[in-house]
Design a protein around this ligand. Structure first.
Ligand code: CP
Ligand code: NVA
Length: 303
């Protein structure tokens, strides 16, 4: 099937459930999947740096019998050297799948419209859908999803947006605490709430991190300054004062709550070393699950 995954909303809650069931199965069986990408080539077009996303996608493609080609940030000049339509049209003649990390979500829409092959969002300024798949998989493994509470503390950014929709679809109670001016936009909150209405979950936003974390089963944070926002770093550091995930804040969550971070972390800013490296942290499972979740997603897409 020619399905692109540009946002979490491109997958229904049931489809996410199926992909994650499949990821859990293949993880238990030692990473064996079929050869859904045999003879196929995936082109990775990355406009920003990456450790987890690049490695996990290259491995996933290889494990499914395919071949991955990586183009680094200076190489393609998506939207600068060449229009997304021209890049998409050419890439679609060479390759069977495009995996793209970019700034503007619009670049992904334009690639998908012009390439004739599936496009997967490997992070944009708007969403990080594959991260959210791995996040929900990790929560499933650490106590389960339905009826439990995940609190996201920090910037209402790409990671928060994708997580809210994916977790709400699994029946979770999603709370998001952000300072004024950095909240998740109302449309994304509404999209997550619609999923929650169907699944028995809920979505709430607030400004007080202590109230948001109180009794939570999962405490999640991400950097206050995302890639491309470096010039705003000083202003953001000030705006997010009081939003650091430290031992005191985690202490108000439910006992044994999981601590999550998509990484890379700005240690000492949004999260302290003792929490990130502490016994409640599941960040390495989260990172590993990028592979399992994406492998299952690609297998499902190319079945
Ligand atoms: N979490 C994540 O996307 O990491 P990378 O930027 O290293 O790919
Ligand atoms: N919000 C971060 C996530 C990095 C994986 C960013 O976009 O830089």
């Amino acid at each position: 099937m020619n399905r692109s995954v540009l946002t979490v909303g491109d997958l229904s809650a049931d489809e996410i459930g199926d992909v994650l069931d499949r990821a859990q199965d293949s993880k238990r069986q030692g990473r064996r999947e079929g050869a859904q990408l045999a003879g196929k080539t995936a082109l990775l077009i990355f406009q920003k740096p990456s450790l987890r996303t690049r490695v996990s996608f290259e491995l996933a493609v290889t494990n499914l019998g395919g071949r991955a080609l990586y183009l680094s940030p200076p190489e393609v000049g998506l939207g600068e050297r060449e229009s997304p339509e021209d890049v998409g049209g050419v890439a679609g003649r060479f390759c069977d799948l495009i995996i793209c990390r970019t700034f503007d979500q619009n670049n992904l829409d334009r690639l998908a419209a012009s390439s004739g092959v599936p496009v997967v969002n490997a992070l944009s300024d708007w969403e990080h859908p594959c991260q959210a798949l791995a996040d929900v998989l990790t929560i499933r493994e650490h106590g389960g999803t339905s009826g439990r509470t995940v609190t996201y503390v920090g910037d209402g950014n790409n990671v928060a947006r994708s997580l809210a929709v994916a977790a709400a679809g699994e029946g979770m109670h999603v709370r998001i605490a952000s300072p004024l001016g950095y909240e998740l936009d109302a449309e994304s909150v509404a999209a997550a709430s619609r999923r929650a209405d169907m699944s028995g979950g809920s979505v709430s936003t607030m400004s007080d991190p202590v109230e948001a974390v109180h009794g939570a089963d999962v405490v999640y944070t991400d950097t206050w300054t995302s890639m491309g926002q470096e010039l705003e770093a000083k202003r953001r550091l000030e705006a997010f004062t009081g939003y650091q995930v430290d031992a005191r804040l985690v202490g108000s969550a439910s006992p044994g709550a999981s601590v999550m971070h998509c990484l890379p972390a700005h240690r000492g800013e949004e999260i302290t070393d003792d929490v990130l490296d502490g016994p409640q942290s599941v960040v390495l499972d989260q990172a590993e699950n990028r592979l399992h979740a994406q492998q299952a997603l690609l297998a499902w897409m190319f079945e």
